[in-house]
Design a protein around this ligand. Structure first.
Ligand SMILES: *Cc1c(COP(=O)(O)O)cnc(C)c1O
Length: 437
């Protein structure tokens, strides 16, 4: 398998280079040179395949011989250890629950698979690899859980003191083993600056092997295509056209759906659901891509003003005849909603279907309804990106109830935080890294 940079298609990297570097040197994004169709055998066996099997065949289809089959099988079966069940609301509306992993959000799929791939590519190194991550909350939790006890890899997470939710803080600071948390007396931007400084520091580069767990690493995107097939497997056959509705921020999840479509999954439409940070829905209407600073909303994991995967979406639609915009509009639909509208639909779905949506899926549910109203021949699968208990205070307030909290969250509350408090000071970070390696 080879990957090119979206900024320069003649710059080619191997899978291991792309995974270990995260970003090409020109700051584009890595894209596979080919996204081949899956074989008739895959489709023939799909009905009785489980998620690790789907993951194996889809990976193999993309990777070619980059990883021997036995190793690839190990990677998939270690990463894909939880289910992605479909809940059916009515014959047109289905919900794919992607929150059954350790951090209760779909990001677990990407983080766990990336951890396994990195560990594999790192296997013959003597020195451990240290992954440095700055987090404002959500990504750090998935990365911490994803890399937990991964051989040969140490993880150091920097988070802004007092600026992540108590639950998020527990997800970052209670695992132990190869996961260390540094509580920085500053903002998320300070954390990010410290991490960038660490990557540029020559002295550190000589003393330890550092890498990032960047959210736009291709290793996080690929496993997000697996559950589109898993959804399709669970649906009863039907003549209706299939649409997937994706609550979106950086558009990684939606881009992974486009990968699945390229591999032959019969997807008629990908529906982008956003909150008021509606850069992509606006682009679909006007043809103009105008990133702008993000606005804070109830569905805060989608508060993104410059979606990082947009370059990949454009790339996928640029190779065909006609303009990228026109091509994208044939497959991708966009809708955006306010917090008020989101609260109302969460109440409605709770009252009418006794189903609890989290705020992100609330935005998605509205988009699903709007899309289906305009497309009578379609049925839709909404990706439910997080467990409602992740946003407990908001969800309880909106629904005026006390929703169930899964056991693993309840247990987390009782665990003791273990983090090193540190000023915004690069020398202090550097000393800490060197002393603890
Ligand atoms: C990250 C996240 C999103 C946005 O996903 P993208 O791939 O960035 O578009 C949506 N919902 C939840 C709960 C998330 O954590």
């Amino acid at each position: 398998m080879k990957l090119y940079s979206t900024r320069n298609k003649s710059y080619l990297a191997s899978l291991s280079e792309a995974v270990m570097q995260g970003l090409p040197p020109d700051n584009g994004l890595y894209m596979p040179t080919q996204i081949p169709s899956l074989s008739p055998t895959f489709w023939g066996n799909l009905a009785k395949s489980d998620l690790p099997e789907i993951g194996f065949h889809v990976s193999k289809n993309l990777f070619g011989n980059a990883i021997p089959e036995a190793d690839l099988w190990d990677i998939c079966s270690r990463a894909l250890t939880f289910s992605a069940p479909i809940v059916t609301i009515d014959d047109k509306r289905h919900i794919l629950e992607l929150f059954h992993g350790p951090s209760l959000a779909f990001k677990d799929f990407g983080a766990r698979y990336m951890a396994q791939l990195m560990s594999y590519f790192n296997r013959s190194e003597d020195q451990p690899l240290t992954i440095l991550v700055a987090t404002s909350g959500d990504t750090g939790g998935a990365v911490a859980a994803g890399f937990y006890k991964t051989p040969g890899i140490e993880v150091v997470i920097l988070y802004p003191s007092g600026k992540v939710s108590p639950l998020q803080e527990k997800q970052l600071t209670t695992l132990g083993h190869n996961i260390r948390a540094l509580e920085i007396e500053g903002t998320f931007d300070d954390c990010q600056t410290l991490v960038k400084q660490a990557f540029l520091d020559q002295d550190l580069a000589h003393k330890m092997r550092l890498s990032s767990a960047n959210s736009i690493n291709i290793a996080r995107l690929i496993p997000q295509s697996f559950y589109y097939f898993e959804a399709y497997r669970q649906l009863t056959p039907s003549d209706a056209d299939l649409a997937f509705v994706v609550p979106s921020g950086n558009f990684g999840n939606l881009t992974a759906g486009l990968f699945a479509q390229h591999m032959g999954l019969p997807i008629k439409a990908m529906v982008a659901a956003t909150n008021v940070n509606d850069i992509v829905p606006n682009y679909l209407v006007s043809g103009k891509y105008n990133p702008r600073p993000s606005v804070r909303t109830l569905s805060n994991a989608m508060d993104v003003g410059a979606p990082s995967n947009f370059a990949r979406m454009q790339d996928l639609f640029s190779d065909l005849d006609g303009s990228t915009w026109n091509n994208m509009k044939k497959t991708v639909w966009g809708y955006s909603y306010s917090d008020r509208e989101t609260e109302v639909i969460m109440q409605k779905v709770f009252a009418e279907h006794n189903y609890t949506l989290d705020p992100h899926s609330g935005v998605g549910y509205l988009a699903m309804n709007a899309f289906l109203a305009d497309h009578q021949s379609c049925r839709a699968v909404l990706l439910e990106t997080a467990h409602p208990a992740k946003f407990l205070a908001d969800v309880n307030r909106i629904l005026d109830t006390q929703i169930n909290v899964p056991d693993r969250l309840e247990k987390l509350r009782l665990k003791t935080k273990n983090a090193t408090l540190m000023p915004v000071n690069f020398e202090a970070l550097k000393d800490n890294l060197i002393q603890n390696q």
